[in-house]
Ligand binder design. Structure first.
Ligand code: GLN
Length: 532
């Protein structure tokens, strides 16, 4: 089922094979008819991960990057929509030369072509393919069919792993293997016998249950891998290695470890475990709740980037999810921000919850609590400053109020046409763009570099008409895109606030557990100082 840990398992296998000296590439097969994740609501599908090339992809690609250090680009993300679009395009171009175009084999063939494309581009030793969805549902059946055909055409060169969940129901107190048995049966009916079963569960799996599953699923007990819940996702490769998954995969391919090991990774995990002093960070936004549940997945890269930076500074990050609409209903609730060591506002769209966010930013600015704004979080910080310090009453973004008297945030010139024509898919300013960093600023202190490149996803920008005026009041535009003269980083003069900074780009996508993103590191350091 979804969220059980396929993405982390896939990423972990990638990391393990790398650590044995092999080059890997990752592919995510997403069953949605959407062309990409850019048009999906984060509470439905989780974060939209932005690649360096500007793809808007499933959040799993973020984990691939955070585990392997590989950069994912458009080739690494396949959706049902892309597959059909290409097959139909070819049909219209007569490329099938008058033949019937059929769901099978033409759709799986196109999926296989896409996988081979990755193999050709990166020349890896392994392509690791994650098939989204649940075995037995209709939506991913053609991806399974592609897998089956791929194995048929490449005997000995394709292996399958099923990631399954083994519940321990409270009223029974025992780990149940039945759902996994059924999952394997369903997979069998798609013509696939798994080589491995990776068993996700709250606690490690015992030998007795491994033996039982083995008999019922025709997978040898050694190939049933226990993947219990871990304190951090970065422990998962170590759990999988406890069952020696890496060498087992290699030996089934007739390969051997080229002898590097997980030493660096182990050292990193030890550091994570030893970070015990808590640091309280508020994340104020609106993509949190679905029904009665809170979905931190909407901001998964932000969460991970905060964790990486906190761990590096020997702190245990405690993240507090705050729905900004609460502040609109009851301004007294702002007082909970007093207990925070730092406040972060992530990216977002539209007007809902915005006034609540602005009041939280005002609180952070006035109480001198470290503030970090990402994209929308930067734009709203500029609006807050314009309204309350810059005397521009009711200043706003034209995204929220088209007729605002002071449009301090305005739509980018090149975006106007897209909005008018409702041309929404993959048309934002996306992916890598350079930013020049001004000396003697918070940004420079963090980056220690004058030229940086970060990933973007936006249509609006700081209106250059107001730059002078805001600078006069103590706002510093410390990062600029040289070509467009567009504000990339805005911060407050250190005389006004110890650490208040926002970025037009999304630095969270470039954070790695072994190399935190510099601005996140700067923010966490400021939070530690503030706490003291
Ligand atoms: N809504 C804003 C824009 O389009 C910010 C986007 C974001 O936060 N990713 O510019």
């Amino acid at each position: 089922m979804s969220s059980v840990g396929k993405g982390v398992t896939t990423s972990s296998i990638g990391r393990i094979l790398q650590s044995k000296g092999y080059k890997v590439s990752m592919v995510k097969c997403d069953m949605y008819v959407n062309i990409d994740a850019g048009t999906m609501r984060p509470t439905e599908h989780g974060e939209v991960f932005v690649g360096s090339d500007g793809i808007e992809a499933d959040q799993d690609l973020g984990n691939y990057e955070r585990f392997t250090g590989n950069l994912s680009t458009a080739e690494n993300y396949v959706t049902t929509g892309q597959i059909y679009l290409e097959v139909i395009r070819r049909e219209r171009n007569l490329e099938y030369r008058g033949e019937d175009v059929e769901v099978v084999p033409d759709i799986p063939n196109e999926i296989i072509r896409r996988i081979n494309l990755v193999a050709k581009k990166d020349q890896p030793d392994f392509v690791i393919i994650e098939i989204g969805g649940t075995v037995g549902e209709y939506q991913n059946i053609l991806f399974l069919e592609a897998g089956r055909m791929l194995r048929l055409r490449n005997p000995g060169r394709v292996q399958f792993a099923l990631v399954s969940y083994l519940p321990v129901p409270k009223m029974v107190g025992e780990m149940k293997t039945k759902p996994t048995q059924y999952a394997v049966r369903s997979l069998n009916s798609a013509g696939i016998q798994p080589d491995f079963i990776v068993c996700r569960s709250e606690v490690p799996m015992d030998q007795k249950r491994k033996n039982k599953l083995s008999v019922l699923c025709s997978v040898s007990p050694e190939d049933i891998i226990s993947a219990p819940d871990a304190d951090s996702i970065y422990e998962v490769p170590l759990y999988l290695e406890k069952d020696d998954l890496g060498n087992k995969i290699l030996s089934k391919f007739g390969l051997q470890s080229r002898k590097r090991d997980m030493k660096d990774w182990r050292t990193m995990v030890r550091k994570i475990r030893n970070a015990k002093k808590p640091l309280n960070i508020a994340v104020v936004g609106k993509y949190f709740s679905t029904g009665d549940y809170t979905l931190a997945d909407s901001y998964i890269s932000v969460v991970e980037a905060l964790r990486h930076a906190a761990w590096k500074n020997n702190r245990l990050p405690r993240l507090h999810w705050i729905n900004s609409e609460d502040f609109e209903r009851n301004p007294k609730k702002l007082q909970i921000l007093k207990n925070m060591d730092g406040i972060l506002v992530p990216g977002g769209f539209g007007g809902r919850g915005v006034e609540g966010i602005i009041s939280a930013i005002k609180f952070a600015r006035e109480k001198k609590i470290p503030y970090f704004g990402l994209c929308y979080g930067m734009q709203l910080a500029v609006i807050e400053f314009a309204r309350h310090v810059g005397d521009l009453r009711n200043a706003n973004s034209t995204e929220i109020d088209r007729d605002t008297k002071y449009p301090v945030i305005d739509v980018m010139e090149e975006q106007k046409k897209n909005l008018q024509e409702k041309n929404f898919g993959a048309t934002m300013r996306l992916g890598n763009y350079p930013c020049r960093v001004k000396k003697n600023t918070l940004a420079f202190a963090a980056y220690k570099a004058s030229n940086v490149i970060e990933r973007h996803r936006h249509r609006y920008e700081v209106n250059n008409k107001y730059r002078r005026q805001l600078e006069g009041k103590g706002m510093v535009f410390s990062g600029i895109n040289p070509k467009l003269d567009l504000v990339e980083i805005a911060e407050l003069d250190r005389k006004l606030h110890p650490w208040f900074l926002g970025t037009q780009f999304h630095p969270e996508f470039n954070s790695r557990p072994w190399a935190p993103q510099p601005l996140f590191d700067g923010f966490i350091k400021a939070a530690i100082k503030y706490k003291k």
